[in-house]
Design a binder for this molecule. Sequence first.
Ligand SMILES: [Zn+2]
Ligand SMILES: [Zn+2]
Length: 178
Amino acid sequence: MAHVIEPAPTGRAKCRGCGGKIAASELRFGERLPNPFADGETMHWFHLVCAAFKRPEPFLEALAAGPQPLDDAEQLASEARRGAAHRRLPRIDGAERSPSGRAQCRSCHEPIAKDAWRILLVFYEEGRFVPAGYVHVRCSRAYFETADILPRLQRFAPDLRDEDLKEIEQELGQSAPA
Ligand SMILES: [Zn+2]
Ligand SMILES: [Zn+2]
């Protein structure tokens, strides 16, 4: 039962973390899991960055098993260790402007106003990422125990523009602890 880090043999596999394709020969992380439908095992593939962000513990296990030399191993490991220490960080699934005023923030339980920035959350349940609601960007520090999350937001919301990121960064800077 070992997870792996290896070059992708083809460009066909999709990343479970972001839904994007993993390019051929790009290094990928494979999480080995029991097959839910039959005997044996199945592999879930991730970009290395997506694995460090969303599956920190198994990713750290694979890193520790070596021996592949990764250029950015230390940075990836450090992000994964943060995700293992702050248990809610791996839930981050991007950011967006709230399309309505109907959703409630999981942290402060206030409604999230239409057009306000919110962070999308997912729970990892039995091998799947399940949508799990939202928190205000300004509630980041209270909810995640850290506001140092911009790279995670960018990774899972690649369409955010520079001006969006500036606004989000500003709100993160103002977010208050719990
Ligand atoms: Zn990915
Ligand atoms: Zn809130």
